[in-house]
Design a protein around this ligand. Structure first.
Ligand code: ASP
Length: 354
C-alpha cells in the first residue's frame, strides 16, 4: 500500500495562519462520474478547480493521498496503520490534520485513530461528503472548508480541539462517539452519549467544557491490531445453532454481544451455558447495547444478572465502532489478559468513567 504527496499550489500566503495536512483516502467526497455515470475517485490535485476558495484560508496546505483512493467499505486495519504512520511522520511540522474519508466506515477509522494516537495535542479532523464535490449541491465544500478551519483553530497558543473528531453537516463530534445514522440526508453522523464538541453557524461555537485537554507529552503511535474479534447481534428467536456458529470459532479472542436496552439478553440456560463455557476457555466477551442512547448496566434487570455472574464485561456506553477497534488494538498491542483489564477503562474519551 502506497501513498503519494500531491503539490497543490494554493498560492501560499507569505505568512500562513497555520499548517494543515490533508490526507485523502477516498470516499464519495472526491468522486466524479465517468462516461457511463459510474462514480470513480477523482484526481485530487484538481481540488482547486472545485474549491478555489481554499486559497483564501491563509493556510499552508499540504495534501497526501492514498495511491489508490478507496471506497471506505474496503478499509482495513492496514489502512488505519497507514493513516497513523502518515500523521506520525508529519506531526511535528503540522498544526493539524484533515482526513478525507468515506462516510460508511469513518466512525471505525476515527475510533481506531483515537486509540492509536496517544498523547495527542493537535486536531485530527475527519470529514467527507454525501454528494461528490463535482455535484452542484455537494456538501463536500462546506465540510472541507470548516474542517480546515477547525484543524487550524487555536485557543491561545494551543490547539482548540486536540482530539480525533468528525466534522460533518455543521457539527463537530468526538470520533470514537460517532455513528453513521443517515445515508441520504446530509446529517450523516450522530454523537452517542456525548455532547457535540462544536456547532458551526455564522461562527464556530466550541463547547470547550467537553473538549479534551491536549497532552504535554510526546505523541506515541500504537498500531498493532489483532482482528480475531467477532460480533453476535441478539434478536428475539435467536437459536443455539446461530449462536454456536459464531461462538464456536476457535481462533476468536474477543466477542462483542450486542444486547437489548441496558445490556439485557435471553436468560435461556443454553445461552448462558454457551457464553460461560467460552469465557472459561479464555474468550473475552464484551456487552454493548444495540440501543444508541444510554448504557449497559449489568444486573439492573434479571436478564443481565447472569451475564455479570459468568464474567461478561460491561461495555458501558461505548459505541460498537469504538468497541471493535479498541478490542483489536488492545489484543494486538497487549494480548488477551491485559485487553480484559483495559477494555472498559477510558483511553480517549470513548466511555463514560463511572
Ligand atoms: N461508499 C462511500 C464510502 O464510504 C460513501 C461515502 O463516502 O459517503 O466510501
Amino acid at each position: 500500500m502506497n501513498y503519494k504527496t500531491l503539490t497543490i499550489n494554493t498560492a501560499l500566503p507569505s505568512k500562513p495562519r497555520a499548517k494543515v495536512m490533508i490526507i485523502y483516502t477516498g470516499g464519495t467526497f472526491g468522486m466524479v462520474h465517468d462516461s457511463n455515470g459510474v462514480l470513480l475517485p477523482f484526481d485530487f490535485s484538481l481540488i482547486l478547480e472545485h474549491l478555489p476558495t481554499l486559497r483564501n484560508l491563509f493556510l499552508e496546505i499540504t495534501v497526501i493521498s492514498f495511491e489508490d483512493p478507496i471506497d471506505s467499505s474496503n478499509i482495513e486495519p492496514a489502512h488505519w496503520q497507514m493513516i497513523g504512520a502518515m500523521i506520525n511522520e508529519h506531526y511535528d511540522r503540522q498544526d493539524g490534520f484533515v482526513v478525507l474519508h468515506g462516510t460508511d466506515t469513518m466512525a471505525y477509522t476515527a475510533s481506531a485513530l483515537s486509540f492509536m494516537l496517544q498523547n495527542l495535542s493537535k486536531p485530527i479532523v475527519f470529514t467527507g461528503a454525501q454528494l461528490p464535490i463535482s455535484e452542484p449541491r455537494s456538501d463536500a465544500r462546506e465540510n472541507l472548508i470548516t474542517a480546515l478551519e477547525i484543524a487550524s483553530a487555536r485557543n491561545g497558543v494551543k490547539a482548540m480541539v486536540p482530539e480525533v473528531c468528525i466534522y460533518f453537516d455543521y457539527e463537530l463530534i468526538r470520533g470514537n462517539r460517532a455513528k453513521k445514522v443517515e445515508s441520504m440526508h446530509f446529517d450523516a453522523f450522530e454523537s452517542e452519549n456525548y455532547p457535540s464538541l462544536a456547532k458551526a453557524g455564522v461562527k464556530i461555537d466550541y463547547n470547550e467544557a467537553v473538549i479534551q485537554a491536549g497532552s504535554e507529552s510526546k505523541l506515541m503511535l500504537h498500531s498493532k491490531f489483532d482482528t480475531n474479534v467477532s460480533i453476535l447481534k441478539l434478536f428475539p428467536g435467536i437459536n443455539q445453532d446461530a449462536v454456536k456458529s459464531i461462538i464456536g470459532n476457535p481462533t476468536m479472542k474477543a466477542l462483542i454481544i450486542e444486547t437489548f436496552g441496558s445490556g439485557n439478553a435471553p436468560s435461556a440456560p443454553w445461552f448462558i451455558r454457551l457464553l460461560k463455557e467460552s469465557i472459561n476457555q479464555g474468550l473475552l466477551i464484551l456487552n454493548i447495547s444495540q440501543c444508541p442512547g444510554g448504557m449497559v448496566i449489568q444486573g439492573k434487570y434479571e436478564t443481565s444478572r447472569a451475564l455479570e455472574e459468568i464474567g461478561v464485561i460491561s461495555g458501558v456506553d461505548m459505541t460498537l465502532e469504538a468497541a471493535v477497534t479498541k478490542l483489536m488494538l488492545l489484543l494486538g498491542e497487549y494480548g488477551g489478559e491485559r485487553a480484559r483489564e483495559l477494555i472498559n477503562k477510558p483511553m480517549a474519551g470513548e466511555i463514560s468513567n463511572l
